[in-house]
Design a protein around this ligand. Structure first.
Ligand code: HEM
Length: 397
């Protein structure tokens, strides 16, 4: 097999291909996407922190100057939303946007949410066990982070069902070479989401509540586009990967029954177990960076205007950093995985994600003494955002 992010077999089993890349071609050109694949942990980590690269290049050069086609006009409403969020801008705009919301996501602030997260997790798991199980992804993994981030931002209960489809449709644009249909779907979703948030922000400006949208709507230095872009980012990033870490992670544990038994016997391993499932089956397999100034990696010159694809899933299995990397070890103490990124765009929500994951795994371990796979799950077609279609299990207390 070779690196082929559109091949379902590769998406299901990328790790042997990564081994080969790390060993034989730590930097390799991938023609179908016109990108340089970077597979070793040290290189991925260093390039994420290297200011000669950026998530965007538009602050220094146009697409044409970087030898890329101009964006089709129909995509404008999409990029207007996405490029107004901190993830798709570079300093100084990034610094300003991140500073405005970071107060809400400090470890201390999110720790105060733990009791609420615990209560939501308990309610979901109780209902799940009561009916003998079902799709763990749809019934536990998704509603927990969606509820938490929706409550933080102040999305009314009746509207929450809109978030998941909007997010999934927007994320379709992040896959490699998305189809024209996926592009149009993403544009429509971004426009609808933006209109919805503009209306909600206007209401909250008039009658503020005790929520993040109300707080952001009061900030004069935030333009309306930035407000919308920030909320879309928080709502999407605030659940998409957490859902997949829960689903992928439980499947990892069910495939490694001795590690699941070890965790059941010793709950003090929960924090290391959560980090380990995030490493072992990485929810976000790849992130891209633009090369803003010429760089050289392992003797390969990568000129300004190129794009690198940082293979997080490969970095997380690198034997140069992780002992026995293919082994799932819920007690792994030394675990510098790269799943939350590194550098200036390091995941703002990492402390919140950790609380959600510990509480949801904890609730399932406590309240479902028996948890068994009903059928072999299958992967969704996406490679960058890697998750299961469903996870059907039998659950009993
Ligand atoms: C296990 C779950 C999560 C994973 C694996 C994850 C992963 C990541 C990664 C890898 C990045 C950096 C992307 C890059 O450098 O190109 C990132 C950025 C970000 N994440 Fe998360 N994330 C998770 C949960 C969350 C949650 C719960 C939130 C809640 C708000 C969140 C909000 C953000 C934001 C706002 C950014 C952009 C930060 C910036 O550009 O400065 N994430 N995340």
């Amino acid at each position: 097999m070779r690196f082929d992010p559109w091949d379902p077999d590769f998406v299901a089993h990328p790790y042997r291909v990564y081994d080969e890349l790390r060993r034989e071609a730590p930097v390799s050109y991938f023609e179908p996407t016109n990108q340089w694949l970077i597979s070793r942990h040290a290189d991925v980590n260093a390039l994420l922190r290297d200011r000669r690269l950026g998530r965007s290049h538009l602050h220094v050069a146009t697409n044409e100057e970087f030898g890329r086609p101009a964006e089709p006009e129909f995509q404008e409403p999409f990029w207007r939303v996405i490029r107004a969020g901190m993830l798709d801008v570079e300093p100084p705009v990034h610094t300003r946007l991140r500073r405005l919301v970071s107060k809400a996501f400090t470890p201390r602030m999110v720790e105060s949410l733990r009791p609420r997260v615990r209560a939501i997790a308990a309610g979901l798991v109780d209902a799940f066990v009561e009916k003998g199980g079902g799709d763990l992804l749809a019934e536990v993994a998704e509603p927990l982070p969606v509820t938490v981030i929706a409550e933080m931002l102040g999305i009314p209960h009746a509207d929450r069902h809109l978030l998941r489809p909007w997010s999934a449709e927007i994320c379709g644009m992040y896959e490699l070479n998305p189809s024209l249909e996926a592009q149009h779907t993403a544009v429509r979703a971004a426009s609808e989401f933006a209109d919805y948030l503009k209306t909600l922000a206007a209401e909250r400006r008039r009658a503020p509540g005790d929520d993040l949208i109300s707080a952001l709507a009061q900030i004069d230095e935030l333009t309306e586009d930035e407000l919308v872009g920030t909320c879309v980012l928080l709502l999407n990033a605030g659940h998409e990967a957490t859902v997949n870490v829960t689903g992928n992670g439980w499947w990892s544990l069910l495939r490694n029954p001795s590690e699941l038994a070890r965790l059941r016997e010793d709950r003090s391993l929960l924090p290391t177990a959560v980090e380990e499932v995030m490493r072992w089956d990485t929810p976000l397999q790849m992130f891209e960076r633009w090369v803003l100034e010429d760089i050289e990696v392992h003797g390969v010159e990568i000129p300004r205007g190129s794009e690198v694809a940082l293979l997080f899933g490969s970095a997380n299995r690198d034997p140069a950093v992780f002992e026995d990397p293919d082994r799932l070890d819920v007690g792994r103490a030394d675990n510098p995985h790269i799943s939350f990124g590194a550098g200036i765009h390091f995941c703002l929500g990492a402390p919140l994600a950790r609380i959600e994951l510990i509480e949801s795994y904890g609730a399932l371990l406590d309240r479902a003494a028996k948890l068994e796979l009903r059928e072999e799950p299958s992967w969704k077609p996406g490679y960058i955002i890697r998750g299961l279609r469903s996870l059907e299990v039998t659950a009993a207390g």
